[in-house]
Ligand binder design. Structure first.
Ligand SMILES: Nc1nc2c(ncn2[C@@H]2O[C@H](COP(=O)(O)OP(=O)(O)OP(=O)(O)O)[C@@H](O)[C@H]2O)c(=O)[nH]1
Ligand SMILES: [Mg+2]
Length: 447
């Protein structure tokens, strides 16, 4: 695996979040990490004398001035997160003191790290593969137990292992065909055709199963988009506030209160929901309201689940309609229901009293297949993986068609090599730089 030309440079960053805290962590990585530490750390022994994976108390000093008392840990290459010499300084977590410690590192020869550069180096030095690097982002961003479990499994390399097995099987098929390539312009012998077809079918099956986890992966990483919509004054904003547990959206008896979509994330029994309140649907009274309503209609098309809220104490508007793919919710059950709703088996709630809200959560959980999501293997691919797997599947499909069409072995191998390239890119092979930039730019500085 190639090591970037910048890897020799020693980088430094504050790895903990900005703001006041008990401690902050400043990290150094690179050839001169320990030399930089020698210049700025005053302890019983200089960092260059300290054993790997040990931690020592001392002072961070610049030009004879003590900046902070701090703990310093040395992790020598290659047994470190990045695979390079790494020094970690745990200092007091004030914004100014942390910035000063970092500055001291920079004055002593380090340069500021780019977002994700520590993890990028771990990848470049072969400590982790790309799927594990992606798992680091997922882990940091995880909002639910399920997302956390999935990211942890991926970080352990489970998803990478699945991809590696796929790669191995593909290589075996290619090797099998190439072994009989004395006359590449010839077709594949009938003896071989059946075996190869079976193996490729089985590979397509595995790829199909992996691609099928993409939706779960999206839900884990981004949350399910749940849209609250309906006529004005139905209680949409009241429902958002109830489900969030605090007053996020303005509620009023005035029709057309909400003008813009308001999105908040909630955790429904381990599943992240991106709950969105929208502008109420009616004939708009002005351009602002029209825009709001247009936005609601657009969002309705992409939502994973639509919650259609109605005020059950009133007659529905003449153009009222509901479809089976949305969840009809009769709000204001604390008030006498209008005749129209008699006999309706839609779920009844009251955002005023809280009645029916637990049942609503049950219904939503069932609708989104919550139990199945929670029980599934936590391994789920992301959009980039899906793209690569699709490319591989398409190339294999072309290969299969080529066999049926009596193509030459050489032509057949071109398709399979293309499939292999797509699988390799899952780990970071192929168009390295572009893929890497896309992944590591999502990180925070210091990771
Ligand atoms: N009695 C009763 N009133 C409710 C209930 N839920 C909401 N309301 C009232 O209904 C009115 C409208 O509530 P909102 O939550 O602002 O309704 P909305 O659907 O967001 O309305 P727009 O933003 O205008 O589309 C407010 O006066 C709420 O207090 C309920 O369960 N019972
Ligand atoms: Mg509203």
């Amino acid at each position: 695996m190639s090591v970037s030309s910048a890897a020799g440079e020693t980088i430094a960053a504050i790895s903990t979040a900005a703001g006041e805290a008990a401690i902050a962590l400043i990290r150094l990585s690179g050839e001169d990490a320990i030399a930089v530490a020698d210049k700025i750390f005053r302890g019983q022994r200089p960092p260059s004398d300290l054993g790997s994976h040990t931690q020592h108390l001392g002072e961070i000093v610049e030009n004879g001035t003590i900046i902070d008392r701090a703990m310093l840990a040395v992790h020598r290459a290659p047994s470190s997160y990045t695979g390079e010499d790494v020094v970690e300084i745990s200092c007091h977590g004030g914004a100014l003191v942390t910035a000063r410690v970092l500055q001291t590192c920079l004055h002593a020869g380090a340069r500021p790290a780019r977002p994700g550069e520590f993890t990028e180096r771990a990848y470049l030095n072969g400590k982790i593969d790309l799927t594990q690097a992606e798992a680091v982002i997922d882990l940091i961003r995880a909002q639910t137990d399920l997302a956390l479990r999935s990211a942890t499994e991926q970080l352990r390399g489970q998803l990478g292992d699945e991809f590696r097995q796929l790669r191995q099987r593909l290589i075996e098929v290619i090797a099998h065909v190439e072994a009989s390539m004395d006359f590449p312009e010839e077709g594949i012998s009938p003896d071989n055709t059946g075996t190869i077809r079976d193996r490729l079918d089985s590979l397509q099956n595995t790829i199909g199963n992996l691609i099928a986890t993409a939706n779960t992966g999206r839900i884990l990483r981004d949350g399910l988009r749940v849209l609250i919509f309906g006529a004005t004054n139905a209680g949409k904003s009241s429902l958002l506030n109830r489900m969030l547990g605090f007053d996020r959206a303005i509620v009023s008896e005035m029709h057309g209160t909400t003008r813009d979509a308001i999105e908040e994330q909630i955790n429904l029994r381990g599943i992240a929901l991106r709950l969105c309140d929208t502008a109420g649907l009616r004939v708009p009274e002005n351009t602002v309201e029209r825009q709001g309503i247009e936005r609601t209609l657009q969002m309705l098309e992409t939502a994973d689940l639509r919650l259609h809220i109605v005020d059950a104490s009133t007659r529905p508007p003449p153009d009222f309609m509901t479809t089976a793919d949305e969840l009809l919710i009769l709000n204001k059950s604390d008030l006498p229901a209008h005749n129209h709703w008699f006999g309706s088996d839609a779920i009844r709630i009251s955002c005023k009293t809280g009645a029916g809200l637990t049942e609503l959560a049950d219904v939503i959980y069932r609708r989104i297949g919550g139990a199945k999501l929670m029980a599934e293997s936590p391994l789920a691919i992301n959009a980039r993986h899906r793209e690569q797997l699709r490319k591989a599947a398409d190339a294999i499909a072309r290969g299969l068609a080529a066999i049926e069409g009596g193509a030459t072995r050489e032509m057949f191998c071109v398709d399979l090599t293309e499939a292999l390239r797509a699988v390799d890119e899952l780990f970071g092979g192929g168009d390295e730089e572009a893929v890497r930039d896309a992944i590591f730019s999502q990180f925070c500085i210091g990771k």
